[in-house]
Design a protein around this ligand. Structure first.
Ligand SMILES: Cc1ncc(COP(=O)(O)O)c(C=O)c1O
Length: 391
């Protein structure tokens, strides 16, 4: 079907200045990976987020694989995680040996809270995975306090909420490990793929360069000539007396040059999306059957504009929007426990009633940054008309 407004795979457009940076980096970069543009991107990213250690990677899934590896799960160790999230929030932890324990969301905010996590803590809990879903920054301080009490690591999947903050502290910087995505859909995209891992612990920070690049490191002896032996040393990163096999999760220089430039526009794009979201939400106030999570502050960037539709109206709403108004409203990803993949892994059941109630009645509007004003107004009017006729 040809949509008037489709659910775009591209979160934002590029300005001429951003395109020029890419062209310049294509001309200047040598090498094309792991050079000055990566160093500049990491430094600017760390400064923007007020952190010490940021590591640019080829995507957030790889950042989650590294985060999971740094948690060092042993047989029987548990990870508490939401089932309402994108798949790569969770399966990297299964790959690295964690046993998954599903936790429910808070119905209003659609993210985990200390209250929904606490009942799942056992002596085997090694880590908690928190996801700042749809662009909303979770109540991280209370989760960090809970984790501290029980000596548990926390990983913050901030793939969707980059640039948001809570009392001035940026999303993705609260936990022991913070993960960011620059995928095509995301708040800023480094040409389709890209990610960042933020690390608090200095010991972990020392290992990430080796873990992301094949175990490469420097020789610990003086070489008489640079060619004997050539290049660098190879070693096994070691944490808490345990060795870890490395990977190649590096990102290219052109992507890094663009990423650094995009940081200048992140706040503006977030503010523009939030302003639109609040206007949309407020314009639908009289329709009590549709409920949004309204947050008019920098704690939400409305990466996605989602809503809960009461009274089993969802399917008829989809039909009206798609067939009558040609607008592609969707229900993005299942709760993970419902997928075949998770069933086959032994995680096919979950006691998460708020997740089920929300997901079974939720809709996600097309909400890319480049949506035109006229299309946005058309979507708002079409939503009103659809809701009217469903009454
Ligand atoms: C919550 C969440 N976590 C992780 C990812 C994985 O990001 P990437 O595509 O950069 O690997 C995504 C999206 O793609 C996501 O939305």
């Amino acid at each position: 079907m040809q949509y008037k407004i489709h659910h775009s795979g591209k979160g934002h457009d590029y300005t001429e200045d951003e395109i020029a940076i890419v062209v310049e980096a294509m001309r200047q970069a040598d090498p094309l990976t792991q050079g000055k543009y990566r160093n500049e991107f990491e430094a600017k990213f760390s400064q923007y987020h007020g952190v010490k250690y940021s590591f640019a990677l080829n995507n957030a899934t790889c950042a989650l694989v590294l985060a999971a590896q740094l948690c060092q799960f042993e047989e029987g160790d548990e990870l508490i995680a939401p089932t309402l999230t994108f798949t790569s929030s969770v399966y990297p932890f299964i790959k690295k040996g964690a046993k998954i324990v599903w936790a429910d969301i808070d119905f209003t905010t659609r993210v985990l809270t200390a209250e929904t996590i606490e009942p799942h803590i056992t002596p085997r809990t090694k880590a908690i995975l928190v996801v700042n879903l749809y662009g909303y920054l979770t109540d991280m301080p209370s989760i960090m306090a809970l984790a501290k009490k029980h000596n548990i690591l926390v990983v913050e999947d901030n793939a969707q909420a980059m640039g948001t903050d809570l009392n001035g502290q940026k999303a993705g910087t609260f936990a022991d490990l913070g993960v960011f995505s620059f995928h095509s859909h995301k708040n800023i995209s480094t040409l389709g793929e890209g990610g960042m891992l933020v690390v608090k612990d200095e010991r972990m920070a020392k290992l990430v360069p080796m873990l992301r690049h094949n175990g490469h490191t420097t020789f610990d002896f003086e070489r008489e000539h640079y060619w004997l032996p050539a290049m660098g040393n190879l070693d096994m990163p070691e944490l808490n007396g345990k060795m870890m096999l490395p990977s190649n999760f590096c990102i290219g220089e052109i992507e890094c040059a663009l990423g650094a430039k995009l940081l200048d526009r992140l706040d503006q794009m977030n503010a523009e999306k939030r302003k639109r979201a609040i206007y949309f939400i407020d314009s639908l106030k009289k329709f009590e059957e549709i409920e949004f999570h309204r947050v008019d502050s920098t704690r939400h960037n409305y990466h996605l504009l989602v809503a809960y539709l009461k009274d089993d109206k969802r399917n008829r709403f989809f039909e009206k929007m798609a067939y009558e108004h040609k607008i592609q409203v969707i229900a993005p990803y299942y709760p993970l426990y419902r997928y075949e993949m998770y069933k086959k892994l032994g995680y096919g059941t979950a006691n998460c009633p708020a997740t089920d109630r929300f997901w079974d009645n939720m809709v996600s509007f097309p909400f890319h940054h480049w949506l035109s004003d006229s299309d946005f107004e058309y979507m708002l009017e079409s939503t009103k008309k659809s809701l009217e006729t469903l009454r």
